[in-house]
Design a protein around this ligand. Sequence first.
Ligand code: C2E
Ligand code: CA
Ligand code: CA
Length: 745
Amino acid sequence: MSEHSEDELLTFLEDDVDSQTGHLSNKSDPWRVLSVDDDEDVHVTTQLALDRVEILGKPVELLKAYTAEEALDVLGKEKGIAVVLLDVVMEDDHAGLDIVDKIRNELGLVDLRIVLRTGQPGYAPELEAIRDYDINDYRNKSELTHTKLYTTLTSVIRSYSQIRALEASRKGLELITQSSGKLINSKGFDEFSLGIIKQLSELLGLSDDGIVCTRTSSDDADIGMGYTIVAASGRYRSAINKPLNELQQPTVMQALKNCIEQQQNLLLDNAIVLYFSGQSGNDLVAFLDQTRKLDDTEKRLLDVFCSNISVCLNNVLMLSKLHHYAYFDSLLDIPNRLAFVNRIDEYKSKGIDASVVLVDVDQFSAINDTIGITNGDFLLGAVALRLGEVLDDSFVARISGDVFGLVGEREALTPDTVRGIFYSPFSIADQEQLISVTLGMYDLDEKVESGQEALKKANIALKKAKESLRGSHCYFTRAMEMETETRVRLLHNLRKAFDHDRLFMVYQPQVTVPDGRPVGVEALLRWRTEKGEMVPPDRFIPLAESSGLIIHLGEWVLRTAMLQLQRLQSQTSFKLRMGINVSMAQFRHPEFLNVLDRAIAETGVDPHDIELEVTESVAMIDRVAVSKTLSSIAKRGIKIAIDDFGTGFSSLSYLERLEVHRLKIDKSFIDKLQGDSADPRLPEMIVNLAKDLDLDVIAEGVETEEQAAWLKRINCDEAQGYLYARPLEETWLLEWLREQEQRLA
Ligand code: C2E
Ligand code: CA
Ligand code: CA
């Protein structure tokens, strides 16, 4: 109730009652007056006096009772008695007042007006009785002549109808408040609209045959154009979702159009048409069959209801907007992750055999780098659009950056259908852009599970698919889930191990190829569990990377390796450098350069003796940022080696522009320098490339003399591998260095 206070409302209702017409029952309904007297003569005179008399525009109907008992009986059975003319002294002195007590307290008839009559002049009830029992008048029988009776009755009937009107409006207001409350709780616009019909029909005691329409497009060539029926019930039910212009009932359509045009409520002979103004042209028009004539009080209440509902309407519009923000992706204007999870829940509760598919656009960040962010956004929009068009029975949402979610019936969502959607290119900025997608699939099963869980499972499958092969698909399996659980446990243990100093470094020597002279070491991280088992870094490094733990861990590695280098240099005659692995997450971290500077400053190491190893893939992402970081590192005198070189997709022209110092030929190529079918082509190419670009080169994973011989032949200067030394702890490393000193002496 924000627009009309209750006081205001009561005021106009009172005005209304005074203005002759405002009454609760129909015009023809007479006022019912009960005359209670043991004297038949009194009844006769009263009847005569009221014959053909109209009070406040309506005739009077007289009912008779001769005893107190009979009077109470009539009052209990008959409805709508307005006045009792009561003989005070009947059977005994108190009979009259006893009835009054019973009327008020036992029958609870508080609206009923009571006029006491007595035959004995001078006899009057106590003042308290008059007040306590709400007795409205006290008259001597002789006074109740024709005119006197008329004026007395007119005044009490007026007050009776006022009381009734107030009561009705109070109830009406209560109902309005209640129904607004129910409406405001509606989940969305449609529910709200249907709620208007339901609440109105309940409020006014009408049938629920009704229609609500609202403007759904800005087409206003004609009155009512652009309006759609958003709620329909009762005999209009079939009209739901139709444009107003296609409504089958021409008179109803016309009435609604008139209401839209006039922007006000129309009370027709057999219909009520209501206008609710909403913000920014979102007005709402309701049509309701008027199966019963409304009186003026009800009409007034209707006005209050409408203005009240307009307020609610704006709230609902606001809520719908909030709802939109909460459940829609603002960039692509399609449902978001939250909406997706809810939709899975719906499929679940309907028991439909549904599949959940996550669609990940392959290499999207590289595409973004190439075509620019704006076009990247266009591409995502085009993908969303095409998914929605082709899979028109499935639900399409954006889950995150370049990942879309699909949920729909199982047959519609096979890997082939979904992948097939991307066989033809997208046209972005007049260019054809071909993309591939990787799919994570999950079939909802009977076990009760939330949309959230289903999404998690599809995501596990997606990760698996991405790990195995871009462009592939994977269905979720229980084994994957267990693997995920294992990873979670492993990560937990890794954190503990880090906190409890169970991580340590080993160092693998790097040597010159012709004579095996040590030139450096590569720092490699090790984890020994409480039980003494070794967990290989290939297992825990990716985990540390994906969890962000690598940031702390990497900093610790930097310092430890630098301190180690300081100790080594004081204990050996070889001039050694320290190779330190840096993963992508570390390298891209905004604090990385600061971390590096701090480590150098605090360990006092010469930056020229440090070589950071980054993989080819690190060098290839986000080219602008990477080349900036690389030159900042180079400026400090620190060297950069490209690790696992040859396994990625480096573009040579790009590589040429980067500030790198060394290529590390990946072990897989060195493995092939073996036996009769030895293939030196790739390592040789890399060596020549390095020479051309004026870069140093080192071969990794050298295990045999045969491989070493090949390296000599192709002029690879340096090598690292089990042939020379395994990764060693400090003590063993120092011993190995001493051996080499002796050997080379
Ligand atoms: P990587 O940087 O390519 O390291 C070389 C890996 O090859 C090491 O495995 C090393 O032990 C192994 N290796 C060296 N010579 C031979 C050989 O002759 N034969 C064979 N079969 N293997 C050889 P490791 O220590 O298990 O490390 C695996 C990967 O873990 C590393 O590959 C690196 O990517 C990562 N890693 C290790 N330590 C760190 C670290 O401190 N920080 C970061 N970010 N990554 C690390
Ligand atoms: Ca390495
Ligand atoms: Ca490597």
